[in-house]
Design a binder for this molecule. Structure first.
Ligand SMILES: Cc1cc2nc3c(=O)[nH]c(=O)nc-3n(C[C@H](O)[C@H](O)[C@H](O)COP(=O)(O)OP(=O)(O)OC[C@H]3O[C@@H](n4cnc5c(N)ncnc54)[C@H](O)[C@@H]3O)c2cc1C
Length: 413
């Protein structure tokens, strides 16, 4: 058997899992190379706790080297171009050849595509943004705080709702809930439309109970920084005192230029195998677009949400399929489309939208409101994810497995 090289581009949630699984499954003569531009990994679901001051920056940061199995060749460099015809990737430090390519480059944020957003808005969708917002919230002296989903698609369908509820909770704890109004705007017709009207209603109630006014069908067109006004398509302008935006997302430049994407900039893949249209080239996580059964509006098909839980599960499938192909062994696994979106509501209370996103004729998702137990599950998962690959991680894995049994939701670990 000739030695093969599997190249993984992007060492975020999906890329790290893919690299570690491949190293575990492949005999030593095969190379597993992981290219990641950032030496420090940060756990995005905890940006919300960074924003509220419940985590310090160093508590949600880990050296990428600590998260990579021995035997994975980690290259800390930027992937610059992918040449599919010649099976090569040019990075900022060297040219790499691959036999199999796994694209796990995630999504980029592009606030500059909406007028006024860069100058006016805070965000908890980046590490630095969450730190700045943490510093701004205690000084807020105004009345109206707007959280705005500025465009679709965006990662983690629960996060804007969680963010708004946690901000409302922040002011409640300061005794300012009668003074500060928290408003959530989105172009969607309901919270998490992928999960159906029943779940949307339940999340709306959750928002209302936690002091957040919800404004669906508001498509942001521009922000008037001087007047502090949000302008929407076919809706009245809204005055804010503090603006928090979920910026528009787009596919990475590297994949767009490689010709891997559709017109919108996302990589179409086979939803079960994660294969792209090019042989030996797989893509996973936020970089992909996967249509699922059901419709949002008559003319808009549903798409699988961009979420770490899916990037993680897809990475396991991709690794297993590539390893099976190289070693000619085992039944190749398929991505089942089962997953969950977490919903933190403050006061250490949480819930989860859990179910089958590939179910026919439309996804079967239910809201599990498990109070403090679910919150504890998220904390455990965060600790496990960021722990160096050692005994502590194994102990946490065991705790998560048991916790998942109690919650009735198998954690993907
Ligand atoms: C506030 C917030 C809360 C969230 N909460 C949840 C949650 O509760 N549950 C959940 O499932 N998901 C959650 N998510 C979403 C989750 O973080 C993403 O869906 C997940 O990280 C996607 O994984 P990925 O591997 O596709 O991309 P990423 O994890 O974004 O990884 C992409 C990696 O590629 C690297 N990269 C990019 N370009 C290059 C390049 N040119 N060269 C080299 N490296 C490059 C990046 O540095 C990054 O490390 C949340 C996201 C946010 C922002």
């Amino acid at each position: 058997m000739t030695a093969k090289t599997v190249l993984i581009l992007g060492g975020g949630i999906g890329g790290l899992v893919a690299a570690n699984e491949l190293r575990r499954l492949l005999p030593d003569e095969h190379r597993v190379v992981l290219v990641e531009k950032n030496p420090k990994h940060t756990f995005a679901p905890s940006y919300l706790w960074l924003m509220t001051g419940d985590r310090r920056p160093e508590q949600i940061t880990q050296d990428v080297r600590q998260l990579v199995q021995p035997g994975v060749d980690l290259l800390l460099a930027e992937g610059q171009t992918i040449d599919i015809a010649n099976s090569t990737v040019q990075t900022s430090t060297q040219m790499l050849h691959y036999d199999y390519l796994v694209v796990a480059l995630g999504a980029e944020l592009s606030p500059e595509t909406i007028q006024g957003l860069v100058e006016s808005a805070h965000t908890f969708y980046t590490f630095d943004g969450a730190v700045k917002l943490r510093d701004a919230l205690p000084d807020f002296g105004g009345r109206t705080l707007a959280v705005v989903v500025s465009a679709l698609p965006y990662k983690c369908p629960g996060a804007p709702h969680e963010g708004a509820m946690l901000i409302a909770d922040f002011f409640r704890k300061l005794g300012l809930d009668q003074k500060v109004e928290v408003h959530l705007f989105t172009p969607e017709p309901q919270p998490m439309p992928v999960a159906g009207p029943g779940l949307g209603e339940a999340v709306k109630q959750m928002l209302g109970n936690n002091g957040v006014s919800f404004h669906p069908l508001h498509k942001l067109t521009r922000v008037d920084t001087d007047a502090r006004e949000l302008h929407f398509e076919d809706k009245d302008a809204f005055h804010y005192d503090l603006l928090v935006a979920i910026p528009p997302h787009r596919g990475s430049r590297v994949v767009r230029e490689a010709g891997l994407t559709n017109e919108a900039g996302w990589i179409p893949v086979n939803r079960l195998t994660l294969q792209t249209q090019h042989e030996g080239v797989y893509a996973l996580g936020d970089a992909t677009v996967i249509s699922i059964p059901g419709r949002w509006k008559p003319d808009v098909p549903l798409m699988l949400p961009k979420a770490g839980v899916f990037a993680h599960a897809q990475a396991k499938v991709v690794a297993q399929r590539i390893a099976a192909e190289i070693t000619v062994g085992g039944e190749p696994s398929e991505f089942p489309g089962i997953g969950y979106c977490m919903l933190e509501a403050g006061e250490s209370m949480g819930g989860a939208a859990f179910g089958d996103f590939f179910a026919e004729p439309s996804p079967q998702i239910e809201l599990r409101k498990i109070g403090k137990t679910w919150h504890l599950g998220k904390v455990l998962f965060e600790q496990w994810w960021l722990a160096p690959l050692d005994l502590r991680r194994e102990v946490l894995r065991l705790a998560l497995t048991l916790g998942g049994k109690v919650l009735g939701i198998p954690f993907i670990i």
